[in-house]
Ligand binder design. Structure first.
Ligand SMILES: C[S@@+](CC[C@H](N)C(=O)[O-])C[C@H]1O[C@@H](n2cnc3c(N)ncnc32)[C@H](O)[C@@H]1O
Length: 323
């Protein structure tokens, strides 16, 4: 439905202020926490929060709390969202203020990426032990096997494959497998694990989920196991994972349900403290997948976490999979 003239004025008024326009331009790049916005804009938290409140009231940004942090993302959809997207697209990318913000955001991102890379390099040898601190590995693996179905699979792709646990679990049912990971240290350990179980035709590739561009619809089983909570743009990773799912193929995402263990952010590089079902459901639907099923695995111990396993499918050609 079109905006009324009054609504258009509200949207333009909310966006029509230099800092708020800069905030919209930043959120068009990725979802950001308030403190990250403050750093990039070099403005105090009360000021930035005031601007964000106005943008949220006008329906231009969406606020979502995550543990003790609050993130914001562009609403994007609807007439108001489209008006903002069109406005941003008309601004010269070389505009000095926006360019400076983009550079600062890039510095914040590099810092984050560096911290994560150091964390995985430091902990690669202990990763299997760390993974089992908060969840029951056996229960998760049984649920993953069930979610994958009986196979055999032509091509398995494991995005953020780490030490290769999903490859050794599901690889025996696959004709060919690919594990992609940013950390050489994790990949080195995965190489040993894959060799130990005698997986043939299993490639371990060093690369970024967002930069490697695997071929469209090329895998009938795609797995993203305990990776999304590290990422700045988990929705984009879901889109990327869905893009490579072949017609009739399946995507399995395993991650935590929303939780409040802030120390995982501080000490273990988690960015998001879990994902809510509606959020993940929306991302999967927007990525063109259907038949979403969710398995919930309660914590195995006192300070444990609930693991969610989302399974979704791409319809076969010429046939839309019923949701
Ligand atoms: C928590 S580990 C999970 C590993 C494995 N899936 C498992 O469950 O044991 C997350 C892995 O994602 C990798 N990773 C993080 N960001 C990535 C990215 N943008 N592209 C590829 N791998 C990434 C890290 O290097 C790390 O090995």
């Amino acid at each position: 439905m079109k905006l009324s003239a009054g609504q258009a004025v509200d949207v333009l008024r909310a966006a029509g202020e230099p800092t708020r326009l800069r905030i919209l331009a930043l959120l068009a790049r990725e979802e950001l926490a308030v403190l990250e916005l403050c750093r990039v804009l070099d403005q105090s938290q009360p000021r930035v929060s005031r601007h964000l409140k106005l943008l949220a009231e006008a329906g231009l940004v969406e606020r979502f709390p995550d543990g003790a942090w609050v993130f914001y993302r562009l609403t994007g959809a609807g007439q108001a969202g489209e008006l903002v997207t069109e406005t941003l697209a008309r601004i010269d990318p070389a505009d000095p203020a926006l360019l400076r913000d983009a550079e600062r955001l890039s510095a914040v991102r590099s810092e984050r990426a560096q911290d994560a890379a150091e964390y995985f390099a430091r902990n690669a040898a202990r990763w299997d032990e760390i993974r089992s601190l908060y969840v029951s590995d056996a229960a998760v693996e049984a649920a993953i096997l069930k979610a994958a179905g009986s196979g055999p699979f032509k091509r398995l792709v494991d995005l953020g494959s780490g030490t290769g646990r999903m490859l050794t679990l599901l690889g025996p049912q696959a004709e060919a497998a690919l594990g992609l990971d940013l950390s050489q240290q994790m990949l080195n350990i995965a190489r040993n694990h894959v060799a130990e179980v005698g997986l043939e035709r299993c490639e371990l590739r060093h690369g970024d989920i967002f930069g490697t561009r695997l071929p469209d619809e090329s895998a009938d089983l795609v797995v993203v196991h305990q990776v999304l909570h590290y990422l700045a743009d988990p929705a984009a990773a879901v889109r990327e994972a869905a893009r490579i799912v072949a017609p009739g193929g399946r995507l399995i995402i395993a991650d935590f349900a929303p939780h409040g263990l802030e120390f995982l952010r501080e000490q273990h590089q988690h960015r998001r403290l879990g994902f809510a079902e509606p959020e993940m459901g929306r991302w999967l639907a927007e990525a063109g997948l259907a038949k979403v099923r969710i398995t919930s695995l309660p914590p195995a111990r006192k300070q444990g976490l609930t693991v969610k396993i989302w399974t979704a499918e791409r319809g076969r050609e010429g046939q839309r999979t019923a949701a």
